[in-house]
Ligand binder design. Structure first.
Ligand code: TNX
Length: 541
C-alpha cells in the first residue's frame, strides 16, 4: 500500500515537473537536459566564480564571455568556496566525469556547480552556460534550475577554412574560432598554402612571402565562365609568425586545436612561382595562380629533386616548430600526374626509385614528409588520395569523397575524418535559387548536413565503425572574398554540423525550433550574415 502511494506521489511530481519543464534551449543538444523544479540562480556583479587554480585560464574565459553577453562581470576566486551566496563553483571530479570533454552543470536556488576534468570540458560548459543565460545586458541575470550531463559523440569535430583563395584578417580568424568554440568543435583546420598564395611567414625561404604570397590578378565570376574575366589588382598577404602565435594562443584558451595544412606535392603553384627550381621546368617563370580549378589545367606540382626534398624538410620543420598540434596536414589532394608524365627528369627519378607510376611517386612524396614529421614527433593528416601504397597507417585520412571511399580507406587500416563533398562542403550552394550568391556548384542544404550519417552503414557492417573518429566541414573560399560571405555560407550549416557530430539523439524539427528561437538571435548578435532560406531549401527540393 505504502509503495503504491509513493508511486502515485512520484507520478504527480513528474507531471508537475513536466508542466514546469523548460524545453532544451542548448545547441548542440546535450546528452541529458533536466529542467528542475526549483528557482533559478540569479547572478550579478557581486557573484563569485570559484575555480581550481589549474583552470584559471578557463575561469577567466568564462568570466569574460559572461560579461560580454550579459554585462555582468563576476568576481573570480581561486580559493575554496566561502559560504557567500549566490555562487558559481567550477570543480573537477574523477568519478562522475568519465570521458574527455565531458561536463556536468547543476543550477538551482543560489548555486551553480560546474564539473569537468579538462580544458575542453570547462569550455563546453561555458558555451552551455551562455545559452542558459539571457542574450542581453542587464544588472542581474537568471540561470534556470537545470541539471545537464553532456559529452560528445565523436572525438574529432572540425571546421576548415581556406585562407588562400581569399585571405581574411586575423580578427576574423579569431571570430571564426569563437564560432567553433561556441558550437563545441575542437579542431580548426587552417588551409595555409595553395596555388593562389602562400599565407604564413617563413624564415628559411623568404621568396615564399615576397613572391608566393601575392598574385597579380583575381578571377571575377565563376571559373568556368567563358570568357574568363579578371580584376587586375595585386592581391594577397600572409600571417606573420607573431600573428600565428597569437591565433594559436587564442584557440588554446578555447580548447581548439589548430591543424595547419601545407598542401603538397600538387596545389604548389605559389611555391614554384617563388622557387621555380622546385618545379618540373626550372627555367620557367611561373605566376601565382589567379584562377581556380587548376587540376590538369596549369602546372602546379613539385618535382622530385634534391632541392625540393630539402625544401620539404625545412618547411615542415618550421611549421612543426610553430604549431603545437600533434597533427600536421600535408595535403596530397588533386595532384595532377600530367606534368610528371611530361618531364624526363621526373621519369628518370621514378626509374631510379623503382616507382611504377606517377601515383606511386605521389605516395613517395607523402611518405617522405610523413616520415620526416615522425622524426619531429608529429603525426600527419592528408586527403584520401594519399591512402595508397605502403603509407604508414598512423596517418589520419580526410575523406572528401563518398561512403564507398570511406569503406575502402577504413579497410586499409586508416583512421578517418569524414569530410564528404556531399554534404560537408560549405562552398556548395545551400539553395537552388538562381539568384543565390555565387558558389562552386552542387547543393548542400542544411537538412542534408544535419542528417548525413557520419558512419556509413557499409562501414558499420564491416565492423569498422571505430575507424571513423569524426568529421569536419570544409570552407574553400574561391567565391568568398569577404568575411560576410563566409558567414553566409557557414550559417546555419555549421550549427547543423555541430549537432550532427556532438549529439547522439537527433531531432530535426526540434533543431529547427532551437535554430529559430536561440541561434538566429545569436547570429544577429554576432553581426553575422547567415543564410535565411534554410526552411525553404530542404532535402526534397
Ligand atoms: C577540391 S577537395 C579541393 C580544393 C577546392 C575544392 C572546391 C580538396 C581536398 N581540394 O582545392 O577548393 O575542390 O570545392
Amino acid at each position: 500500500m505504502r509503495e503504491r502511494l509513493v508511486g502515485i506521489g512520484l507520478l504527480l511530481l513528474v507531471t508537475i515537473n513536466s508542466q514546469a519543464q523548460m524545453l532544451n534551449p542548448i545547441t548542440p543538444a546535450p546528452v541529458t537536459y533536466e529542467s528542475l523544479k526549483a528557482t533559478g540562480v540569479a547572478i550579478q556583479s557581486s557573484t563569485i566564480l570559484y575555480y581550481p587554480a589549474s583552470f584559471a585560464v578557463q575561469a577567466n574565459y568564462m568570466q569574460q564571455q559572461i560579461e560580454q553577453q550579459t554585462g555582468i562581470r563576476l568576481q573570480l576566486s581561486a580559493g575554496s568556496p566561502s559560504k557567500t551566496l549566490p555562487r558559481i563553483i567550477l570543480q573537477t571530479d574523477e568519478k562522475s566525469i568519465t570521458r574527455p570533454e565531458m561536463y556536468h552543470i547543476s543550477a538551482a536556488g543560489k548555486q551553480v556547480i560546474i564539473t569537468a576534468n579538462d580544458i575542453r570540458g570547462f569550455v563546453n560548459a561555458t558555451q552551455t552556460l551562455l545559452q542558459l543565460l539571457p542574450n542581453k545586458k542587464s544588472a542581474t541575470a537568471t540561470i534556470p534550475a537545470v541539471a545537464i550531463t553532456d559529452y560528445p559523440q565523436f572525438s574529432y569535430r572540425g571546421m576548415h577554412l581556406d585562407v588562400v583563395r581569399h585571405i581574411f584578417p586575423v580578427s576574423y580568424v579569431k571570430k571564426y574560432i569563437d564560432y567553433l568554440a561556441f558550437h563545441k568543435f575542437n579542431t580548426f583546420h587552417w588551409h595555409l598554402t595553395d596555388d593562389q598564395g602562400w599565407r604564413f611567414e617563413v624564415k628559411s625561404y623568404p621568396k615564399l612571402n615576397s613572391v608566393g604570397s601575392w598574385r597579380d590578378s583575381t578571377l571575377i565570376g565563376h571559373f568556368k565562365d567563358v570568357p574568363a574575366r579578371y580584376e587586375r589588382k595585386t592581391y594577397g598577404g600572409f600571417y606573420t609568425r607573431n600573428e600565428i602565435r597569437e591565433v594559436i594562443a587564442y584557440a588554446a584558451v578555447r580548447g581548439i586545436t589548430i591543424i595547419p595544412e601545407l598542401d603538397i606535392p600538387g596545389h604548389s603553384r605559389a611555391t614554384i612561382a617563388a622557387y621555380p627550381e622546385f618545379s618540373t621546368k626550372p627555367d620557367t617563370t611561373w605566376n601565382v595562380a589567379s584562377t581556380w580549378g587548376m587540376y590538369n589545367r596549369q602546372n602546379n606540382v613539385l618535382a622530385p629533386n634534391e632541392a625540393s626534398f630539402q625544401f620539404l624538410r625545412d618547411i615542415f620543420t618550421e611549421l612543426a616548430e610553430l604549431f603545437p598540434s600533434t597533427y600536421i596536414h600535408i595535403g596530397g589532394d588533386e595532384c595532377s600526374m600530367l606534368w610528371w608524365k611530361q618531364d624526363p627528369n621526373t621519369q628518370a627519378f621514378m626509374k631510379s626509385k623503382n616507382l611504377p607510376s606517377e601515383k606511386a611517386l605521389e605516395t613517395y612524396f607523402i611518405e617522405y614528409v610523413a616520415k620526416h614529421l615522425k622524426q619531429l614527433h608529429k603525426k600527419s593528416v592528408g586527403w584520401h588520395e594519399i591512402a595508397e601504397g605502403d603509407l604508414d597507417t598512423t596517418t589520419l585520412i580526410m575523406n572528401w569523397s563518398d561512403d564507398k571511399q570511406a569503406l575502402a580507406v577504413a579497410k586499409k587500416g586508416f583512421e578517418i575524418i569524414q569530410t564528404p563533398g556531399k554534404p560537408f562542403y560549405f562552398d556548395h550552394y545551400q539553395s537552388k535559387d538562381p539568384n543565390d550568391s555565387l558558389a562552386i556548384h552542387g547543393y548542400n542544404p542544411v537538412e542534408n548536413v544535419y542528417k548525413y550519417q557520419v558512419v556509413p552503414d557499409a562501414v558499420k557492417a564491416a565492423g569498422l565503425a571505430h575507424k571513423i573518429i569524426g568529421a569536419q566541414a570544409n570552407v574553400w573560399t574561391e567565391y568568398m572574398a569577404f568575411p560576410t560571405k563566409v558567414d553566409y555560407m557557414v550559417f546555419p550549416r555549421m550549427t547543423a554540423l555541430s549537432e550532427n557530430l556532438w549529439s547522439q539523439q537527433k531531432d530535426y524539427p526540434d533543431f529547427l525550433r532551437r535554430l529559430e528561437e536561440e541561434m538566429i538571435p545569436r547570429y544577429k548578435s554576432w553581426n553575422s550574415s547567415y543564410f535565411q532560406g534554410y526552411k525553404v531549401w530542404t532535402r526534397d527540393k
